[in-house]
Design a protein around this ligand. Sequence first.
Ligand SMILES: *Cc1c(COP(=O)(O)O)cnc(C)c1O
Length: 360
Amino acid sequence: MTIPYGRQSISDEDIEAVVGVLKGDWLTQGPAIEAFERSVAEYCEAEHAVAFNSGTATLHAAAEAGGIGPNSLLVTSPLTFMASVNAGRYLGANVELVDIESATLNLDLSLVPDNADALVPVHFAGLPVDLASMANPPALIIEDAAHALGAQTPDGPVGNCANSDACSFSFHPVKPITSAEGGIVTTNNAELAERMRAFRTHGIERRPDKGGWYYEIVREGFNYRLSDLHAALGMSQMAKLDRFIARRNEIAERYRAELGDAPLILPPAAPDGFVHGYHLFAVQVPERDRVFAALREADIWVQVHYVPVHHHPVSKDIPQTAADLPNCETAYSGLISLPMFPDLTNDDQTTVIETLKSLL
Ligand SMILES: *Cc1c(COP(=O)(O)O)cnc(C)c1O
C-alpha cells in the first residue's frame, strides 16, 4: 500500500460534526464559522480570527487590508508555495524574493530590504521564523503559517501576532488540521479584522440606518466565505491539534535517531523555546532525483517542497533569479519530504527509514 507524505486524520466525531451541520439551519456563515473562529483565536491567543475558504484567500485579504497595492513592495521566501507570492501579485504589488538561511530553510531576515512595505515570512515545514530577532521590521508583516498551526515561539503560540500584524493558516488536508479546504487569519488589529471580513463577502457594509434590507458595497470584494460544513470539520479537528503536533514531533524524533548516521542532511530542529510544527520532515539527500524516483517506485509517495518560486514561468514578473538565491538553489537540489502525518504507523515509518537508507 502506498505511504503518502501527508494525510488527513478523520475521526467519527469529525464526521458527526459535519453531519450535524447538514441537519441544521445554516450551511454557510452560520454558528459553526463563529465557533471555529473563536476556537482558533483562543488557541492562538489572538484577539480576532477571520475564516476564509482557503489559506490563499487569507493571504490575499490580509495584504489588501494592510494596504498593499500597485506601488507596494512585498518580500517573501523563494522556498514556498506560490500563494505567499500571490498575496502581492493579486494586488498588483511588486514582489521581491530574499534567499533562505541554509540552517533553518526559512528566509534570511537580515536580507529583507529597507524599502519593503510588507514581509510574508513563511514558517517552512512548521519551524517558526524568529521574527522577534528582526532589527528593522517593515510596516506590515503577514505570517504565512500554513505549516505552523500548533507551533510555538518564546513569545507564545504562532498566531498570537506578537511580532506581526496578521497570521495566515491553511486547512488543506495535509496541513496541521483540516477543514477540507479553508483558512483562518488571526490579528490583534480590530480594523484589519473588520476590513478582512468585508473583503470576504463582496465588500458589503450593512446600513440599518437606511432600512433593515439596505446594504452598500463600498469596495471591490470577493466571495471568499467558508461554509459551515467546512468550519464544523475544522472546529472538531481543533480538539486534536495538540495530540497531532505531539505525534508529529514523535515521528520526527524517530527519523532523527534512525537517520542520524545516514549520508543526508536532517531538517533543522526547533531552537530552545520553540516548538516545531513538523508539517513536513524535509531531508536533503545527494542524487535527489534518483532517490526520489526509487522511493516512489517502492510506493513511498514522497514529495519535494517546493519547486522554488522563481523557477515557475509565472514568476517572470519577479526580478530575482537563481543566481540571487544560492542557498535556496542548493537546498532545492537535495530536498525530499518524507512521510509525516499523525496516523503514520510505526511499521510504515520503519519501511520508509529502511528503504531510504538502502538507497543512500
Ligand atoms: C498550503 C499553503 C498555503 C495556502 O494554501 P491553500 O491551499 O490555499 O489553503 C499558503 N502557503 C503555504 C506555504 C502553504 O503550504
